[in-house]
Design a protein around this ligand. Sequence first.
Ligand code: PMP
Length: 422
Amino acid sequence: MNSIFDTLESSVRSYCRSWPVVFTHANAATQITEDGTEYLDFFSGAGALNYGHNNPALSAPLLEYLASGAVVHSLDMMTPAKREFLETFQDLILKPRHLDYKVMFPGPTGTNTVEAALKLARKVTGRQHILSFTNAFHGMTLGSLSVTGNSLKRRGAGIPLTNSSKIPYDDYFDGSVADFMWLERVLEDSGSGVDKPAAVIVETVQGEGGLRAARTEWLRGLAALLKRHDILLIVDDVQAGCGRTGTFFSFEDAGIEPDIVCVSKSISGYGLPMALTLFRPDLDVWEPGEHNGTFRGNNPAFVTATAALRTYWADGEFQRQLGGKIDTLHRGLEQIAGTVPGAGVRGRGLLAGIVFPDLESASAVAAEAFANGLLVETSGPEDEVIKIMPPLTVTDEELTRGLDILAAAVRSAVGSPELASA
Ligand code: PMP
């Protein structure tokens, strides 16, 4: 192709290399290209489209808001749209979960909320060091990169990424080393030479790093250990949050209460940029304006965020239906993985996938799925996992159709003998 995308746009672009088509329209779990080809979208804007594309429950209030002449850009000034969002978030999300958090609006992206969380943890504790986990992904700016695992991404920083160390995520040693043994020992040993960290940042499911999901007991153990040592727990719920794992926050099943929570991607519900940093009220030590940013007041995003919470989280019905879809997805993935020796299912909720025993299969399956009308990406340091992330609003028919395309792609790309006769 010799289009303006190739001639003018930087070589840094990536998704469009896997999907070399021009998307024009989108609706729910479907995207349509310029030549009218339809794709089932099980990528969901990398987790920013949990309620599907152009959801009418969100576009209607958005269009009305834009047509009304109401304020669009407001930095951190007060607007009715922000008031309604804060009230709705408090009433439908925080209060029912007995979570007492202050809400900070950092810049509008995932990495913005992570940077704010790291900065706040350092300011509150007066300590510099942050611990994060093997294969973690927290964003592309320097602070977030310093707590990210991926070596290609880290190299891109071009400077040493300091003041953070990696510790093993759940099951890193396949159960052969007791959880937290290293961390517990070095924290208790005054001769360990490991500086006491300000915080530990963790994803409950590693969305980019290979879809490993931490067990609830592991998360509880981590939270308890950090509490004993007066170290802050930051949960990065940028990708796993907003319902992705079956509950609004991904840590609800574990029954833990992080000190700081990072939220972005699907909080606006419509793919509009928005992020939140939530923290315990006693951690709110910011000076006014100490951390700011031009795009913290994206009012159209507040409008769609409020509509999404009211439409889907006002009662338990959406979450109940989500549970059924999660079961269907995991049953389907187990069945497909069972046909490939050495393959296995990873992940939690509608953030799941199949890890292959080699480094070529997942990319081959993604390419074959694309050829057959399904958008799925890969995950993991070597792209060894095929990642299935349908919108939470996916219909049963779409879910079954997507799984059928995936099974056929595995059959064709990996050539699993058990499926050949299916
Ligand atoms: N944290 C997590 C867990 C993520 O998955 C991502 C994005 N994939 C980020 C942070 C960074 O978000 P953004 O790309 O919006 O900066």
